[in-house]
Design a protein around this ligand. Structure first.
Ligand code: 8NA
Ligand code: MG
Ligand code: MG
Ligand code: MG
Length: 309
C-alpha cells in the first residue's frame, strides 16, 4: 500500500533527521573502515542500540520547515530568524556557515560576513542538506520549487553550485513525493530537464546509469554540493523501495556521511512514508527538545499548511 501524503511529509522530515543522526556516527570516516565494521545494511542498522543525535543538517531543515509552515513561503528575514532560534554551534556546522550564523545572531551584516568568508559564495552542501521541506511544500510546481529553493539557499550559499545543489534536492524530494511507482528514467529525465550547469548535468548523467553501490564512488562523498548532491540522489535511485538501504548506500561511501544520508533519507522518506523507517532507528532518534516527537508534529504542521493553502 502506498503511503498517504501526510505519511510522506513525516517520512521526509524524519527520514532526513534519521539519516543525519545515523550518518553522524560515521562522519569523515573512510569507506574501507565502515565497510570493514559492517558487512551489510542490516548490521549497520542493528548496531544502533542507544540514542542517535542529529547535527546541523536537521537543525537547519527544522528552521526551513518552521519558516514555511508559519509564512507559506521563504522570506529571507523570517528564515534567518528561524536559523538563529535553532542554532547550536555544537551541532557541527561548516566553518563558513558558523561565521554567517554568528553574525546573524549578533545582528551584524551577515551578507558581508558571507562575502568576506567565501568571495563568490559558499559551494558547500549546507543549502542542499536543509532544503527538503521546500521540495515537499512546492511539490506541485517545479518552477516555484526552483525559485523557493534558491531563496532558501541565499542567506548562506550564494555560489551557483551551492544554490543548484539545493534546487536539485528539492526537485528530487518533490518528484519522489508525487509518484506512486518510482521510474528511474522518468526521475532522472525530470532532474536533467531542470539542470542548468554542465557540472551537475555530467554527474546526473552518470548517476542515471548506476546499477550497483560500487558505482556511486565517482560521484563523490565530500562537503561541497557538487561532491554530494548527485551522490545522495543516486543512493535513493539505486534502492527506491528501501529507506534503510538508501541511507546505508550513503553511509558506506564514507566522508560526509551525515549530510549525504540526510539528503538521501529525505528523498526516500518522501517517497516511502514514515512507516518505511526501521523502528530501531526511529525509536532511537533523540527526543528532546526538538527531536522525534517535535519533528513528527512539525511535519504535520507543514502538511496542514500545504493542504490549506
Ligand atoms: P560552509 O559554507 O562552511 O561550506 C562547507 C565547506 O565547504 C567549507 O568549510 C569549505 O571547506 C568548503 N567551501 C565552501 N565554499 C567554498 C569556497 N567558495 N571556497 C573554498 N571552500 C569552500 O558550510 P555548509 O553549511 O555548506 O556545510 C555543510 C556541511 O557542514 C555539512 O557536511 C554539515 O554536516 C557540516 N559539516 C560539519 C563538520 C563538522 O565539523 N562536524 C564537518 C563537515 C561538515
Ligand atoms: Mg552535519
Ligand atoms: Mg554567538
Ligand atoms: Mg555533513
Amino acid at each position: 500500500m502506498n503511503a498517504s501524503l501526510q505519511d510522506r511529509f513525516r517520512g521526509c522530515l524524519v527520514g532526513l533527521a534519521v539519516g543525519d543522526a545515523l550518518g553522524g556516527r560515521f562522519e569523515a570516516q573512510s569507506a574501507d573502515y565502515i565497510g570493514g565494521r559492517f558487512a551489510n545494511t542490516e548490521q549497520l542498522i542493528n548496531y544502533i542500540t542507544d540514542e542517535i543525535w542529529y547535527t546541523d543538517d536537521t537543525q537547519m531543515a527544522i528552521g526551513v520547515a518552521e519558516s514555511l509552515a508559519d509564512h507559506g513561503e521563504i522570506i529571507e528575514d523570517r528564515l534567518c530568524e528561524s536559523f538563529v532560534a535553532n542554532y547550536m554551534p555544537s551541532r557541527g556546522y561548516g566553518r563558513g556557515a558558523r561565521a554567517v550564523l554568528d553574525a546573524m545572531e549578533d545582528g551584524d551584516d551577515y551578507q558581508a560576513v558571507a562575502a568576506k568568508h567565501f568571495p563568490g559564495g559558499s559551494f558547500g552542501n549546507g543549502a542542499a542538506m536543509r532544503v527538503a521541506p521546500v521540495g515537499l511544500f512546492f511539490r506541485d510546481d517545479p518552477h516555484i520549487a526552483l525559485d523557493q529553493s534558491r531563496l532558501s539557499a541565499l542567506p548562506t550559499h550564494l555560489h551557483p553550485l551551492g544554490i543548484e545543489g539545493a534546487q536539485l534536492v528539492a526537485l528530487a524530494v518533490a518528484h519522489a513525493s508525487n509518484v506512486e511507482q518510482f521510474d528511474r528514467d522518468a526521475f532522472f529525465a525530470h532532474l536533467l530537464e531542470h539542470c542548468k550547469s554542465s557540472e551537475y548535468r555530467c554527474k546526473l548523467e552518470t548517476a542515471a546509469q548506476i546499477q550497483e553501490p560500487s558505482e556511486l564512488v565517482p560521484l563523490g562523498n565530500g562537503i561541497e554540493a557538487l561532491e554530494s548532491v548527485t551522490t545522495a540522489i543516486a543512493c535513493f535511485a539505486l534502492t527506491p523501495r528501501s529507506y534503510e538501504d538508501t541511507i546505508a548506500n550513503a553511509i558506506f561511501l564514507g566522508g560526509d556521511t551525515d549530510t549525504i544520508a540526510a539528503m538521501a533519507g529525505s528523498i526516500a522518506g518522501a517517497h516511502l512514508g514514515v512507516r518505511s523507517i526501521p523502528d530501531v532507528l526511529l525509536n532511537n532518534l533523540e527526543e528532546s527538545p526538538k527531536g522525534r516527537s517535535y519533528i513528527l508534529e512539525l511535519a504535520d504542521r507543514l502538511h496542514s499548511a500545504y493542504t490549506n493553502r
